[in-house]
Design a protein around this ligand. Structure first.
Ligand SMILES: Nc1ncnc2c1ncn2[C@@H]1O[C@H](COP(=O)(O)OP(=O)(O)OP(=O)(O)O)[C@@H](O)[C@H]1O
Length: 244
C-alpha cells in the first residue's frame, strides 16, 4: 500500500476542535491501576500524581515491575481500566469518546519504544512521513519535514534505507524523528535506548534530548539507567505504586 493509502486507512477522527492548553503538557491526578493475577488483584499504581510543564523533560525511574510501562500506557491513552484523571495538553481524557482519544493521541502525542516498531517495507523517510499524512499534512510538506528531522538527527544519508538496512542506533533515531514528526506536545518514551549498547545509548539519548528540546516538546522517559536519567530536567521515581 502507498504512504497515502496507509495514511487514509488510519485517519479516523478530527482533533481540530479540541482546545489547546497554556502551560501544562501532562497531568496525572490520583492515577490508579489494578491487575488480576492468579485470582488476586495487584495494585500497580496507587494514586500517582504527576504534572509535566510544556517543554519539560522528565525521567521516570523505578525497578522492573514497578509500573513504568503501565504509567506510560495511561498517559498515552493506550489502554483503559485506570482510575483518577489524565489530562493531555489540558484536555481531560475521560471526557472523550474513542475517536476523541484517538485524535488526541495522534495530534498531541509522540511515542518511542524500546524496539523501534518501524514499518519494515517503508524507507526511513516514509516512516517519518506517514504519521504526518495520517494527521492530515500534505505530502510535500510531510516529506520536507521528515527530511529535515532525519537530517538533524544525523541521518541525512539514510533517507531511502529500510529499517533492516540501518544499525540499531540509526533505527532508534528514525523512531525519534517519527515521534516528533507531527510536532507533539508530549513525547512518551519507554526505555528508548534500552536495546542499545552503552555508547550508542548515550549518543541516541543526546540526539533525542537535543531534538525534543529544539522542538519545545515535553517528554516522559522511562528508564532503568540513572546516568541517562540525570541528563533530563527532572527525575521521578516509582516506588510501591506512587511517585517519589
Ligand atoms: N495486562 C496485565 N495483566 C496483568 N498484570 C499486568 C499487566 N500489565 C502489567 N502487569 C503487571 O503490572 C506490574 C507492572 O508492570 P510494568 O510493565 O508496568 O512495569 P515496568 O516498571 O515497566 O517494568 P520493566 O522495567 O520490567 O519494563 C507487573 O507486576 C506486571 O506483571
Amino acid at each position: 500500500m502507498s504512504e497515502a493509502g496507509v495514511a487514509g486507512s488510519l485517519r479516523s477522527a478530527d482533533a481540530g476542535s479540541l482546545p489547546r492548553a497554556g502551560g501544562e503538557a501532562l497531568a496525572l491526578v490520583g492515577l490508579t491501576r489494578r491487575f488480576a493475577q492468579g485470582g488476586e488483584a495487584i495494585e500497580v499504581l496507587r494514586g500517582v500524581d504527576l504534572t509535566l510543564a510544556r517543554g519539560e523533560i522528565v525521567a521516570l525511574l523505578g525497578p522492573s515491575g514497578s509500573g513504568k510501562s503501565t504509567l506510560l500506557q495511561a498517559a498515552g491513552l493506550l489502554e483503559g481500566g485506570f482510575g483518577g484523571h489524565i489530562r493531555i495538553d489540558g484536555v481531560e481524557a475521560a471526557g472523550l469518546d474513542d475517536s476523541g482519544r484517538t485524535a488526541l493521541r495522534r495530534d498531541r502525542l509522540g511515542f518511542v519504544y524500546q524496539f523501534h516498531h518501524l514499518l519494515p517495507d517503508f524507507s526511513a523517510l516514509e516512516n517519518v512521513v506517514l504519521p504526518q499524512l495520517v494527521a492530515g499534512a500534505r505530502t510535500d510538506a510531510a516529506r520536507a519535514r521528515a527530511a529535515d528531522l532525519l537530517e538533524a538527527l544525523g541521518l541525512g544519508h539514510r533517507l531511502t534505507h529500510r529499517p533492516s538496512q540501518l544499525s540499531g542506533g540509526e533505527q532508534q533515531r528514525v523512531a525519534v524523528a517519527r515521534a516528533l514528526a507531527t510536532r507533539p506536545v508530549l513525547v512518551l518514551a519507554d526505555e528508548p535506548t534500552g536495546n542499545l549498547d552503552e555508547g550508542t545509548a548515550s549518543l541516541v539519548l543526546d540526539a533525542f534530548l537535543a531534538q525534543v528540546r529544539g522542538e519545545g516538546a515535553a517528554a516522559l522517559v522511562a528508564t532503568h539507567n540513572e546516568a541517562l536519567a540525570s541528563r533530563m530536567d527532572r527525575v521521578v521515581r516509582l516506588h510501591e505504586g506512587r511517585l517519589a
